[in-house]
Write a protein that binds this ligand. Structure first.
Ligand SMILES: CC(C)(COP(=O)(O)OP(=O)(O)OC[C@H]1O[C@@H](n2cnc3c(N)ncnc32)[C@H](O)[C@@H]1OP(=O)(O)O)[C@@H](O)C(=O)NCCC(=O)NCCS
Length: 185
């Protein structure tokens, strides 16, 4: 299945490829990123972690049409991978993202999230988007809040940082469409 490259005001989102392994391996294994990821991700991160994620999980799921993973690249430097954003047909877990700490705090993931959320609803035709996130991850929560998402459930889950209080955030396609014409919170 072909996955479209996307663009925002400041970013290119390019479908992940095996060539992205060295950059992911260099940037991703940082505690401030990995601590928020699901507990199945190994910590310390192994030397072949990025390559085995791409070969064993991400690229096969993309080929099966079950997941959509993009590298995030600044328009000012398209050769530089600075993060990843993903969509997937996993129940109650449809979107995930991380950004290099050097690039955080500029609204870039808000831009990337808007682009892939539009892709989920308008290109893939899904009717609901649900994302789990730690209740004490304010940056990630804020992105969902600004997108007009709602907390529909609370539960506990083991992340790389241990068992955490989690929230399940949701937005429907109809809510998303209405939010496109409303001022942001
Ligand atoms: C979550 C993450 C992707 C955010 O990326 P980013 O580009 O910095 O996000 P943005 O700048 O688009 O938006 C972050 C929002 O959170 C707010 N924020 C950030 N840190 C915050 C904090 N400690 N307390 C309160 N708000 C905070 C920002 O002010 C911004 O809100 P605003 O747009 O109203 O100003 C990034 O922090 C990251 O990669 N974290 C580690 C991995 C992770 O947590 N992934 C998500 C797992 S669910």
């Amino acid at each position: 299945m072909t996955i479209a490259p996307l663009a925002t005001a400041r970013l290119h989102l390019l479908p992940l490829t095996l060539d992205d392994a060295p950059a992911i391996q260099r940037i991703f294994p940082k505690w401030e990123i990995l601590r928020w990821m699901g507990g199945s991700i190994p910590w310390p991160y192994p030397a072949n972690g990025a390559k085995s994620f791409l070969k064993g999980i991400a690229l096969p799921a993309m080929a099966r049409g079950e997941a959509w993973h993009w590298s995030i690249r600044p328009k000012s430097d398209i050769d530089r991978l600075i993060g990843i954003i993903s969509l997937g047909d996993i129940p109650d877990d449809n979107r995930g993202f991380w950004l290099s700490p050097d690039w955080q705090g500029q609204g870039l993931m808000t831009e990337a999230s808007d682009a892939v959320t539009a892709y989920w609803f308008e290109t893939l035709g899904r009717t609901h988007l649900r994302v789990p996130k730690a209740a004490n991850n304010p940056a990630s929560r804020r992105i969902s809040e600004r997108q007009g998402m709602r907390v529909i459930d609370r539960f506990r889950k083991t992340l790389v940082s241990g068992e955490q209080d989690m929230e399940l955030w949701e937005i429907t396609r109809d809510e998303w469409r209405v939010s496109q014409h409303a001022p942001r919170a």
